[in-house]
Design a protein around this ligand. Sequence first.
Ligand SMILES: [Zn+2]
Length: 267
Amino acid sequence: MIGANRTGDQLELVLLSHLHVDHVGDIDPIVKALFFHNRLAGFPRDPSQVLQFFGPNKAPANAPPPALRFPTTSRFIDAHFDAGTGIEAYLNDFARVIGHIPFNYAVQSIEHDNTLGVRTIYDQDGVVIKAVGVPHGPAPSLAFRVEYDGKSVVYSGDTTSLSANSNMIEIARDADLLIYDTAILDSTGLPFSQLHTTPTRIGEVARDAGVKHLVLSHITAITERTLDEVKRSIRQAGYRGRISVAKDLRVYNLDRKGRRRHHDDDD
Ligand SMILES: [Zn+2]
């Protein structure tokens, strides 16, 4: 999420890697907070701002049936927030009556074909956002890269990272921070290995891309109790950069060279 300050009231951009519920479940409460709670707390939203969502387009018509269960991101967002038909249409009333501003949002459904390579999907006010399709079972999925002021943050979303065209390596090239799907072990096997990246593959991608700082995210019941093994596999794959384990509300300051908070460096 981009454009957010400490309270998030000026949030402008929301990047959705894919539409699995554990990756989109927070949208509704965040939107409600933007247009309601933040105003009550003295942080009114700029009425000219449009909340922009980016996420994957629908799979092509000839894709396997499980892939066709996922709508376009446009349909997904409209199904929630459209003022006439959305299941949370009342949020438009909240914005207008309580926030005294319109609930303006826009959606872009991004093509996610793995062969399309890394593309720029947003370039404004010094913020450049790039996306690439990544394999994640049947779910249309994207990885994102955000660049600003010479720094870069890459988010894998969920992916096996097993792509003949090495999309994760390309989008993570020389990244300052790579946030990676760390849901399984090398030994976990099917069907999860068709959805998520093994620690060894995480290490290979981070190594080949020359990533400076790797943040292990999407920690599951499998990896939470085996983090030492996960890190060992990543190191054995040849990655020599910094490794951290994500935690809710943890902040990484990329512009403070040499100044690390003790709690965000747990390699
Ligand atoms: Zn997923």
